[in-house]
Design a protein around this ligand. Structure first.
Ligand code: SAH
Length: 254
């Protein structure tokens, strides 16, 4: 899949190209990343990409024209590579919050053009004419769309076949089955602390796969019911909770 990122700070993407899961995704070409410096598409010699807002007030607005030119260059590059027309995603606090369901759908898609805002945001006429989807990371304000773009790319990259060392590992992550993840433990079996020894939950050492699976499921149900009851409601609506799950939830003193 392919991502074209329009940004004023392409250098922010470099560290992710050289480490970990994202590096593997880029090197294997599972994710083909193209960075586009918006200033390269500015008209004047000052490479200006922003101006004051009509109606007054503090803060600058990203100009339509450089954005239109950048998008045209991306479209012709995509066409020359024989690719299809990818949807344009703008990162914005007024967008829909990003979810794992959306990440999974994007991971199975041919990709997207990711537009990173700066300043007060971008001229609404570009949004109306060219943006297919607005995505928010959450109810807080960042200074730019680069971290949201990296967040989306990272979340999508780790779902690409062959990118994680263990292909099954993302299937038990939080949200992939609608619930939060269970706790994880590794060596040592007993951790000596000044307050006393802390052992790993014994069921995990039992070798009994069905018991371990049930324990993990119950941990997931318990933590989700306590911290994110909205996700339990959603899982119930989607028919993702078994009778055994419901019995366990009822037994919890919430
Ligand atoms: N005036 C805007 C905020 C602009 S912040 C508002 O109040 O809604 C500058 C840029 O950072 C935005 O254009 C957007 O691309 C990015 N950004 C900031 N917060 C974000 C969030 N929660 N989710 C996604 N993108 C965000």
């Amino acid at each position: 899949m392919r991502f074209d990122v329009i940004t004023l700070f392409p250098e922010l993407f470099a560290p992710f190209q050289s480490v970990g899961v994202t590096r593997r995704a880029f090197e294997s070409k599972a994710v083909d990343l193209h960075l586009w410096q918006l200033r390269d598409f500015a008209d004047d010699t000052y490479r200006r990409v922003d101006d004051r807002a009509y109606g007054g007030g503090p803060g600058m607005v990203m100009l339509v024209e450089p954005l239109v030119k950048a998008l045209a260059a991306i479209r012709s590059d995509q066409a020359a590579a024989g690719g299809e027309r990818l949807p344009v995603i703008l990162f914005s606090p007024v967008g829909r919050p990003l979810t794992q369901t959306r990440v999974q759908a994007l991971a199975a898609s041919p990709g997207a053009v990711l537009l990173c805002g700066r300043y007060e945001g971008i001229d609404q006429r570009f949004v109306d004419a060219h943006v297919d989807e607005e995505i928010s990371l959450g109810d807080y304000v960042l200074s730019g769309g680069e971290l949201p773009a990296l967040t989306l790319i990272d979340a999508v990259a780790r779902l690409q076949p062959g990118v994680l060392n263990d292909a099954a590992s993302h299937q038990q992550d939080s949200f992939s089955d609608g619930l939060l993840d269970c706790p994880h433990y590794s060596r040592p079996e007993v951790l000596a602390l000044p307050e006393g020894d802390v052992a790993v939950p014994p069921v995990l050492l039992s070798g009994h796969h069905a018991h371990i699976a049930r324990w993990r499921r119950e941990q997931q149900l318990a933590i989700t019911a306590r911290r994110r009851p909205d996700l339990i409601d959603m899982a119930r609506l989607q028919g993702a909770l078994s009778k055994e799950d419901e019995r366990f939830l009822k037994s919890l003193l919430l």
